[in-house]
Design a protein around this ligand. Structure first.
Ligand code: HEC
Ligand code: HEC
Length: 294
């Protein structure tokens, strides 16, 4: 905060409080033209007459107490510009304390779970429940609360894996993240070439397509695609290149979606969670994911 706004806040805050005090004193002061205490002021509406009575004592005291409260509050807590208050309270320090409290409470629980293997934890109902709760907080925004994913975000319940479904592979995925890179072929291939290879890809999962076109696409596939997808087109778990022979599609299995994938390329990014969550929580999450398909 610049010094100008520092003083701006201080002057307005204190000015308001002192103005309240002054207002009450000013209204209590007797002015010469006024009537005596208890007499009518001459104002009357519908038979109700205004008398010149002092403000009730209890009301006055309440008013003074609020003024004192405001001043004490401004001494103890931050409120006056840059002044931090004698208690040193801040919303950030309160947040940090709460985080430290919950770490002290929950970390030992996660640590205890981390001593059991992922495969065994996946059979432990309590661990799976805890993992499910973590999944709801940290993963469901991308993979869905049922972990079934959506276009571009893999289904984690179907035992069909880009990067492998063994406990270690799942844990590695969550710890370090993944980034599949399917290059765009709109340059190297013309529309016809893309159409052909897309037809070949569709024929791999048993679809009826133009046989001549698929045959032409097969040659392209062997030249340009097998390096990543494998000669059998079943994918490579080190690259996360999808299996193209099944009916599970990360980016959609319609002819249009497949052509778009080949023409424009795709790059799914699974963020790394090692630093953010710590290994113990990732271990529990891996057990939950493993339990979904085992
Ligand atoms: C920002 C979105 C996002 C978040 C958050 C996210 N993921 Fe992912 N996840 C992805 C994407 C995208 C992929 C696919 C990566 C690819 O296509 O190469 C993926 C892939 C995976 C895979 C690999 C699936 C396979 O078939 O091999 C697993 C396991 C996984 N995520 C688990 C998790 C868990 C557990 C969490 C929570 C800690 C999580 N993800 C949070 C986007 C996300
Ligand atoms: C450099 C390696 C690489 C090459 C070369 C490559 N791909 Fe891919 N492909 C991938 C990866 C990795 C993915 C998964 C992308 C992701 O997870 O975001 C993928 C995904 C796909 C998909 C989407 C699958 C789905 O489930 O939605 C199709 C279709 C595909 N590739 C077809 C091809 C074709 C056809 C060629 C050759 C013209 C080709 N790929 C060449 C690495 C490659």
């Amino acid at each position: 905060m610049t010094n100008f706004f520092n003083w701006w806040v201080i002057v307005i805050s204190l000015g308001n409080i002192f103005a309240c005090y002054w207002l009450i004193k000013w209204t209590m002061k007797k002015r010469p033209q006024e009537t005596e205490v208890g007499e009518s002021t001459g104002h009357a509406w519908d038979g109700v007459e205004e008398l010149n009575n002092p403000l009730p004592k209890w009301w006055l005291w309440l008013f003074y107490i609020t003024i004192v409260f405001a001043l004490v509050y401004l001494v103890l807590f931050p409120g006056l510009g840059n002044y931090k208050g004698v208690l040193g309270w801040s919303s950030a320090s309160e947040y940090n304390e709460e985080v430290a409290d919950s770490k002290a409470k929950y970390d030992p629980i996660f640590e205890a779970f981390s001593k059991t293997s992922v495969a065994d934890l996946a059979k432990d109902a309590k661990a799976v429940k805890a993992g499910e709760r973590l999944f709801g907080s940290y993963c469901s925004q991308c993979h869905g609360s049922d972990a079934k994913g959506t276009t571009g975000y893999p289904n984690l319940t179907d035992n069909d894996w880009l990067y492998g479904g063994e406990p270690d592979a799942i844990k590695q995925t969550i710890m370090m993240g993944r980034n599949g890179i399917m290059p765009a072929f709109a340059g190297p291939l013309d529309d016809k070439g893309i159409e052909n290879v897309a037809n070949y890809v569709q024929s791999l999962s048993g679809r009826k397509v133009d046989a001549a076109s698929a045959e032409a696409g097969k040659a392209t596939f062997q030249a340009m695609c097998v390096a990543c997808h494998g000669a059998d087109a079943k994918g490579n778990k080190f690259l996360g290149s999808a299996n193209l022979t099944d009916t599970t599609w990360l980016y959609g299995g319609s002819a249009g979606a497949i052509k778009k994938t080949i023409a424009k390329g795709r790059s799914g990014k699974m963020p790394a969670h090692k630093d953010f969550l710590g290994e113990d929580k990732v271990h529990l999450l891996a057990a939950y994911i493993y339990s979904l398909s085992n």
